[in-house]
Each structure stands twice: as C-alpha cells, then as structure tokens.
Write a protein that binds this ligand. Structure first.
Ligand SMILES: Cc1cc2nc3c(=O)[nH]c(=O)nc-3n(C[C@H](O)[C@H](O)[C@H](O)COP(=O)(O)OP(=O)(O)OC[C@H]3O[C@@H](n4cnc5c(N)ncnc54)[C@H](O)[C@@H]3O)c2cc1C
Length: 367
C-alpha cells in the first residue's frame, strides 16, 4: 500500500497520542472526565496552529489545524471533535471585525483556559433553507436582549465556555453572530445529552432567556457574509475528522489481514486524492468563491471513512466483537470507531443537506 499522504504538520507530542489511545474508549463511552481533554490539547500547542503570530499563535495556515485535527482523530474522535469546536470558535474570532472581542478572548482560548464552542449548525441549516434561526434579539439600552435555544453544542465545559450563535434581529434585515458567555444572566446549560458515543465531549443544549449583551459580544453584524467567509475552514476542519478516522481504520486493516489488500489500496488512493483536493482548494482560496467542490470533498471523505471502518470490521473478524480485544489500552477500539463513524454523516452540514444543496446548485446551473 502506498504511504499515507500527510498534510504539513508539526509533530504532536507522543505522550498526548499515547494518552488518547489509552483513554479513547473511555472518552467515547463517557467513563473519562471530559475536563482533561482541552488542557491536554492546549498544552501540546495545538490551538495555536494556523493562528497568526501577531495574535499569539505560531503562524501557518488553517491547513495546519486541519492536519492536527486529523492526527487527533486517528486516536480519538471525541477529542478531535472537541478540538474542532474549540478551534472553529478561534477561527470565528480571527475572522471577526470586533478586535476588542478578539483581544479579550484569544489568549485564554489558545491556552485552553476557557472553552470555545460553536453553535452554528442552526445557522448552517438556515443557510440551506432547512430551518429558521432559533435565537432572536431585540434592541435594549446599550445592547440587545437575546432569547432562544441551541439544542446541540459540544465543548460546553462545566468550568466555563463561550459559544457562537446566529441571531435573528427584529429591527434589522440581516442576522448577526454573537458570542454568548456561560455566565451571562439567563444563559443555562442542560445536563450532558445522553449520546450513544462521544459522551465525554461536553455536548449539551443551551437556553437563553432575556439575556442582555452589548455590542462588545457581537462577532459580526452580518451573519451571511461571516458564514461564507468562515465556511471553508469550518468544513475543512470537519473533513479532518473523516481523514483521521479513515487513516486509522485503513492502517489497522492492513495490520490485521493482507487479504483485502486491493480494497485497502483502492480506498487509500481515494483518501489521498480527496486530501490533495482539500489541501489545494484551501490553499488557493478556491472554496471561498466556490463551495460546491468542498461539499463534494466532505461527502467523499465521509464515504471513505465509513468504508474504511467497514474494512476494519471485516479484517478484525470476531476479535473486533470482543470488548477487551487487544489488551486494556485498546479495549473495544473497532466497535468504538464504528460508533465514531456513525457521527460523520450527521454533523451539520449533514450529508443529506450537502447532497440536496449540490442538487439545487446543479439544477440552477442547468437552468
Ligand atoms: C454528538 C453531537 C455533537 C454535536 N455538536 C454540535 C455542535 O457543537 N454545534 C452545533 O451547532 N451542532 C452540533 N450538533 C448538531 C449536528 O451538527 C446536527 O445539526 C444535528 O445533529 C442535526 O440536526 P437534527 O438532528 O435536528 O436534524 P433534523 O432537522 O431532524 O434533520 C434530519 C436530517 O435531515 C437533514 N435535512 C432536514 N431537512 C432537510 C432539507 N430540507 N434538505 C436537506 N436535508 C435536510 C438534516 O441535515 C439532517 O441530516 C451535534 C450533534 C451530535 C450528534
């Protein structure tokens, strides 16, 4: 099998990867404290990748963040998804015209001292014409009163979080994007959702009732232009989840049995091609003006990840069905990756949404 293509990446400490391997199943099943994940990723310097030096990062591009999320996803999708939520919020600050919000929040986020969360699936579904915005605002002295809910948000650390949400305005033509801090009056986090996997990801719902926020908390007054600016990085970092999962399952399949070598090779080839297209499109800026090819890459990578996990199931045989196969540190790895893979098509923009948007796009091109 050809060597797996790697996006440019600075090395990630082996001790972090070993810790993730040892705790991946516990993080997935909810038996590990979610508290440890964010500080460990921060201590390894991962949130600084692709963040300009002037803003406290180490420079590089969002491809470096994509590469790092993919590497973490090889070890634990729970940790990789927490990484995605946190790093995506950092990207929002980098793209925000609100310099004072960025100055106040970047340092604690880069250091993993505070959790950033992205509640923008509602906004992405809104853009796709699937549902209305679930957060509204009206004018109040020196600011706005916000009201609404976000039914699914990851990385809502009990120790504290700040979450991005799209907000509909009664007195404006366009929605905006707000950062909502956990301790604003009227903000409440639910108990963790009772998930089938990724349970130690601090995933919960948020309700916002009569919450006053000043414009200091506005990430961007124009949600539509903001969302189209951040969409390439948002989606590319999501693609990293599929890349990491596929890589791990393919390499485990190869270790387990050479009998499916041709299938493994073919899938590896598809993976390399999709990673190459992702890397090129992100570097050239193509996805800013043309999102359709990025949607196609996200769909293709999801299909590859699911097929790779299926190959791993086939090559591991009955061993994959044993909870303690492979020793304590690798307990239930095959079943875990199977559950992790089930998340890939679901996260917004879901594959159903992307396919329907591509179909609309093809229809309007044909017309
Ligand atoms: C573990 C976990 C963590 C999550 N973390 C976050 C997070 O951090 N931030 C966040 O914002 N969200 C998060 N989500 C939410 C996730 O991104 C999806 O938005 C959510 O699961 C899909 O919403 P739904 O189930 O209400 O879909 P529904 O609205 O019930 O729709 C079902 C499916 O049909 C598709 N669909 C519905 N209507 C249409 C249509 N008209 N055209 C095309 N397709 C359509 C949807 O895209 C979806 O795939 C998380 C979800 C899970 C499971």
């Amino acid at each position: 099998m050809s060597a797996f293509i790697r996006l440019p990446i600075r090395s990630i400490e082996r001790s972090l990867l070993d810790w993730l391997d040892a705790h991946a199943t516990a993080l997935d099943e909810g038996q590990a404290e979610p508290t440890d994940v964010l500080p460990r990723l921060a201590d390894a310097g991962l949130f600084k990748l692709g963040v300009p030096i002037a803003h406290g990062g180490v420079g590089g591009t969002s491809l470096d963040a994509v590469a790092a999320i993919a590497t973490i996803a090889e070890h634990s999708l729970t940790a990789a998804f927490v990484f995605w939520g946190h790093r995506t919020f950092i990207e929002y600050l980098l793209e925000s015209p609100n310099a004072s919000l960025r100055e106040r929040w970047l340092a604690p986020l880069l250091a993993g001292k505070h959790a950033g969360a992205t509640g923008l699936s509602n906004a992405m579904k809104y853009l796709g014409g699937i549902e209305p915005l679930q957060m509204g605002a009206h004018r109040a002295p020196d600011g706005w009163i916000l009201e609404g809910q976000l039914p699914w948000v990851t990385n809502l650390r009990k120790e504290g979080f700040i979450v991005a949400a799209a907000v509909d305005h009664a007195d404006r033509s366009s929605p905006s994007i707000f950062a909502i801090p956990h301790d604003a009056q009227g903000v409440a986090r639910s108990a963790d959702l009772d998930l089938i996997a990724l349970r130690s990801s601090n995933t919960a719902a948020i309700s916002v009732e009569e919450t006053w926020l000043s414009s200091d908390w506005e990430i961007d007054p124009d949600a539509l232009s903001f969302l189209s600016r951040v969409r390439p990085a948002f989606l590319a970092m999501q693609c990293a989840l599929s890349i990491g999962l596929a890589r791990r399952s393919l390499s485990e399949s190869l270790l387990a049995a050479e009998t499916l070598g041709a299938e493994i090779d073919a899938l590896d080839h598809r993976l390399q091609k999709a990673v190459h297209l992702l890397s090129e499109g992100l570097s050239s800026g193509l996805f800013r003006s043309r999102p359709a090819p990025l949607f196609e890459i996200r769909i293709e990578l999801a299909a590859i990840a699911c097929a790779a996990v299926n190959l791993e199931i086939q090559t591991s045989g009955g061993r994959g069905y044993l909870r303690d196969a492979g020793g304590a540190s690798r307990r239930g790895d095959v079943a875990r990756r199977w559950r992790e893979a089930a998340f890939i098509p679901v996260v917004t923009p879901s594959l159903t949404q992307l396919k329907s948007q591509l179909a609309k796009h093809a229809g309007s091109n044909a017309a």
